[in-house]
Design a protein. Structure first.
Length: 247
């Protein structure tokens, strides 16, 4: 009888210990996923908001009495054909890369229990807010507007096909440009976006409110992903509040 009780107690302790170990492993897995993908998403969000800042700040420079010209005017409107192509392709790329990391995050952490983490919940809510800004219809201007399904499609297209769960990545800039040039099916998804970038170079004024809102929401996401301000300590403010976010 004593031996049986000891055996049962030992089995119960072993089961509890095993359960506790599994919970620790799952928690560590969640932290690893969020740390790995959160850092990449933060950099993608930073690159996108930096480009938006340059476009907005360039408009301010263009309106100033000085002879200086802003980013879009210098490199797109008055630049060489190669410089104009760089502006078009790189702007499309930073937006696509952001959407790609959002798609990767959605794919690889959807099976994890993120509901118990307040920060993770806030991150997913903020991603949804950014999606809403991109999706929003504005009477004055719809440049850089992407419907939610279009956002998902671009995110899917830029995820590297050779990535594996837990080790996903996006296409690099060089491969992105090559596919734009040589893959008509791929390029079709970006035609409207490239036309929007050309329109912004021609007249950004109607799109200013949309771009400011988008940049502001991206900064909020970066703050959630980098709460200790270790990755971007000198870049914290949004356009129009003394920030200088270049890229």
């Amino acid at each position: 009888m004593i031996a049986a009780i000891v055996a049962v107690c030992g089995a119960a302790v072993a089961a509890l210990f095993g359960y506790w170990q599994q919970r620790r492993l799952r928690a560590a897995e969640q932290r690893n996923y969020m740390n790995r993908y959160g850092a990449s998403l933060a950099w993608a969000a930073f690159d996108l908001q930096s480009r938006i800042y340059n476009i907005l700040q360039g408009h301010v420079i263009d309106q100033s009495p000085s002879h200086a010209t802003g980013f879009m005017t210098t490199f797109h409107t008055r630049g060489t054909a190669r410089e104009a192509e760089y502006v078009r392709h790189s702007t499309a790329f930073v937006l696509a890369e952001y959407l790609g990391w959002v798609e990767i995050l959605r794919r690889d952490i959807q099976f994890l229990d993120l509901g118990r983490s307040h920060v993770n919940t806030q991150i997913m809510l903020q991603i949804s807010r950014i999606s809403a800004v991109l999706n929003r219809t504005v009477e004055a201007s719809n440049e850089l507007r992407l419907l939610r399904a279009h956002q998902r499609a671009i995110g899917e297209l830029i995820v590297h096909p050779e990535g594996k769960p837990g080790r996903q990545r996006c296409l690099g800039y060089a491969e992105f440009c090559m596919r734009l040039e040589h893959d008509r099916g791929f390029a079709d998804w970006f035609d409207a976006l490239l036309a929007d970038i050309d329109q912004l170079a021609e007249d950004i004024t109607p799109a200013i409110d949309r771009l400011q809102d988008l940049q502001t929401q991206l900064i909020v996401l970066i703050d959630l992903l980098d709460p200790k301000k270790t990755r971007f300590p000198q870049f914290r403010l949004t356009f129009g509040h003394g920030s200088h976010l270049s890229g």
